[in-house]
Design a protein. Structure first.
Length: 174
């Protein structure tokens, strides 16, 4: 089974394995420090489990409330994260190359928390749920390293959201 990444727009084009674009992938994630704990060999191995997609401008790649079976890393281009609240859609983040989306639904199986729309032509590296488990099975150390990175990313985002919503709360906590 592949991811449902391309389900919203028939113009989304599969470009093949991210391993064919490993240098571009490493260049994209480098500034974001996502894979700081990964050496080049580990990153290259991981990209063999990911698919690359070319996405036109103004394409929906995640829809809030939908089931999700993948995470995606923006490799080139730009996108925005949109969250609906009380019937109003608000841009909550301008996604930069090297940033990840969809990891929460990939890990916990819950509905998508927000939507994502490209604002210019973009390329995404996509890791499906099925390929995550194949990676963990074939390369348990690398799979665990990836899961720990996802956990770190998620806790960092939770801390940021908490400090934004409740200023001063985290100032005195560990």
């Amino acid at each position: 089974m592949t991811s449902n990444f391309a389900e919203f727009d028939p113009n989304i084009e599969s470009l093949g394995s991210v391993s064919d674009f490993v240098n571009e992938f490493i260049d994209a994630v480098g500034p974001q420090a996502l894979f700081d704990g990964f050496d080049r060999e580990e990153t290259a191995l991981l990209t063999g489990y990911m698919e690359c997609y070319g996405v036109p401008r103004d394409s929906l790649v995640l829809r809030e409330g939908d089931d999700g079976n993948f995470l995606a890393i923006l490799v080139t281009g730009r996108a925005i994260i949109i969250k609906s609240f009380e019937g109003v859609e608000k841009v909550v983040h301008d996604l930069q190359p090297g940033e990840m989306i969809g990891e929460m639904s990939l890990v916990d199986g819950q509905k998508r928390f927000a939507s994502c729309v490209t604002t210019e032509p973009s390329d995404f590296a996509v890791l499906s749920h099925e390929n995550l488990y194949a990676l963990i099975d074939a390369h348990p150390r690398l799979g665990n390293k990836l899961l720990l990175m996802l956990l770190g990313l998620t806790t960092n985002r939770l801390r940021h959201a908490t400090s934004f919503m409740l200023p001063g709360l985290l100032d005195n906590s560990a």
